[in-house]
Design a protein around this ligand. Structure first.
Ligand code: INI
Length: 181
């Protein structure tokens, strides 16, 4: 059996981030957690390039353009689309998700969907909060995992069995045996 899976060691990798300014009170938190997630896994600050766009609708074009430069091992998209009283939410969120997926396939580079789509402002805040769902940090980890697995696939390498973390089976605690007197 051949096994290939990404790692979380991002040393030497380069990342692009596209972040929407719309709902900045949420997206600025996503951005800081994402950058922190990348740097704690070994990415140098100089190897991260951030581009701001007006809203989530504008993310796919910029993500695709960045990815097509081939200067980045992965591109991360960050945004927050929050439902309002009109159908606007449905158009923006559908176009952002479809466009980001398409951009990744077109450019042949991992592009990560770190765009929140929520019913309420409270849900968005909760998901951007580093101490709660921390979707910014999660997007960083997904980007590293995809960048490393794609590098491996392209080089035709395999994950060494020793790199696998063995599952530790916990012994069930037994009641002490009663000894006959
Ligand atoms: N953009 C977002 O990123 N989030 C939203 O919640 C949002 N809403 O609700 O309108 C939003 N709209 C702006 C949109 O992304 C574009 O920037 C705009 O339509 C110009 O093309």
């Amino acid at each position: 059996m051949k096994l290939r899976k990404g790692s979380h060691d991002a040393t030497g990798l380069r990342f692009g981030i596209v972040v929407a300014k719309f709902n900045k009170f949420v997206t600025s938190k996503l951005l800081s957690s994402c950058v922190e997630g990348l740097t704690t896994h070994g990415v140098k600050a100089d190897d991260i390039e951030v581009v701001r766009v007006p809203g989530a609708f504008e993310i796919p074009l910029v993500a695709r353009t960045m990815a097509r430069t081939k200067q980045f091992n992965a591109v991360i998209c960050l945004g927050a689309v929050i439902r309002g009283d009109t159908p606007h939410f449905d158009y923006i969120s559908a176009e952002a998700s479809r466009g980001i997926g398409q951009a990744s396939l077109d450019a042949d580079v991992p592009i990560i969907f770190g765009v929140l789509t929520t019913h309420t402002i409270a849900q968005a805040i909760e998901r951007a909060e580093p101490t709660k769902f921390n979707r910014g940090g999660e997007a960083a980890r997904s980007a590293i995992e995809m960048a490393t697995v794609m590098r491996m696939l392209r080089a035709g390498e395999e994950t060494q069995p020793s790199a696998e973390v063995p599952r530790v089976r916990r012994a069930r605690k037994r009641a002490p045996r009663k000894h006959k007197a």
